[in-house]
Ligand binder design. Structure first.
Ligand SMILES: [Zn+2]
Length: 350
């Protein structure tokens, strides 16, 4: 591994990072391809701990959390609250599991209700099982759906998708012992994503809304929405309207400025929108066609060279960009004879 690559993964090492003011970053292991760890943040005081996010409900994550808390002088039973940023398995599931033993209070954004309902429907078979690819036909991606169906679709952990104790609404102030966190609704990565802002300490617990190394996936959720990218761009603007703060992300190292990274993400999506528009001008019409026509990842890889999961994410991302171009009046959308969304460029008036 090169030095740059080693540095890039340094944040995943099983250490506890002291961020000052009783706040500690604890990376927990993940069994996911390309995503080796998730940060949970412990906010400590003499009476106990509140945690931002929880990790995945697997033994290695639970053991790592136990060891990290012990290093800080606490036990799992000292956790009072899990303030979870969003419904994804690597953030929510360990909270639900630990609650069974320790009666810890679990809080989640109230706009995640639809995702919990849809996830349960999916698991009991009353809805299609193409998680994150709700309607492959609409995306023009039947091919991908066939490949997906042939896969062993087991999730990385067995999870009881139970409700949280509290549904947190936008703008709620959470009074902890040492500070007040404001929950800010930032839909996009998921529809109910929350960030937790500590304006006094100038820190932002950003979940997966703003990540320092990667661009968060958009709308990969059980109750997906066509408007995921429009919502996400709105949430980035909302984040810029908050006072700047240190970025405490769920994946990646802590960095000095949230605003700096938000501006990079906005520039990235501007570029992607332009590339997507170009691909439609070149004659690609469905989300699947357009996804195959553009390059992916920082390394500009071809669509066909991506693994299946990444191709699913890529088609979703493409569909989300096409919808934003349609909202902006640069494209039209119609339904093709096979049920697929078909986009066409709107000629520039002159
Ligand atoms: Zn995540």
């Amino acid at each position: 591994m090169s030095h740059a690559a080693a540095d890039r993964h340094a944040w995943t090492e099983p250490k506890v990072e002291d961020l000052g003011g009783g706040v500690h970053r604890i990376p927990l292991p993940l069994p996911l391809e390309g995503l080796k760890a998730v940060n949970v943040y412990a906010i400590t005081d003499p009476g106990g701990i509140d945690l931002i996010d929880a990790g995945i409900a697997l033994v290695p994550a639970r053991e790592r959390l136990t060891a990290a808390l012990r290093q800080l002088g606490y036990e799992l039973g000292d956790i009072r609250n899990f303030f979870v940023t969003h419904i994804h398995i690597d953030h929510y599931s360990l909270a639900v599991e630990l609650r069974k033993t320790f009666r810890t209070v679990v809080s989640l954004g109230d706009e995640e209700r639809a995702n919990l309902i849809a996830t349960r429907e999916m698991l009991n078979g009353s809805k299609g099982r193409f998680f994150g690819l709700a309607d492959p036909y609409r995306l023009g991606a039947k091919e991908l759906a066939d490949e997906f169906a042939a896969q062993d679709g087991r999730p990385p952990a067995i999870v009881d998708w139970e409700d949280p104790d509290h549904w947190v609404t936008d703008g709620t102030d959470l009074d902890l012992r040492t500070r007040t966190l404001r929950a800010v609704h930032t839909p996009g990565h998921t529809r109910g994503h929350l960030v937790y802002h500590d304006a006094a300490a100038k820190i932002l617990f950003a979940g997966d809304h703003v990540l320092p190394h990667i661009t968060p996936s958009i709308g990969f959720e059980a109750a997906g929405s066509r408007m995921a990218l429009r919502d996400y761009l709105g949430s980035l603007a909302r984040t810029l309207a908050l006072p700047d703060a240190r970025l405490l992300p769920a994946h990646g190292p802590v960095t000095g400025s949230t605003h700096e990274r938000v501006n990079e993400l906005l520039a990235h999506h501007d570029l992607r929108l332009a590339e997507t528009h170009q691909a439609v001008l070149a004659g690609n019409a469905t989300p699947y066609e357009v996804a195959r026509a553009i390059k992916w990842t920082r390394r500009h890889r071809l669509f066909r060279d991506l693994d299946l999961f990444s191709r699913v994410l890529a088609v979703n991302e493409t569909a989300a960009h096409l919808e934003v171009l349609a909202i902006r009046g640069q494209l039209t959308r119609e339904t093709g004879t096979d049920g697929a969304d078909v986009y066409q460029a709107v000629p520039l008036a002159n």
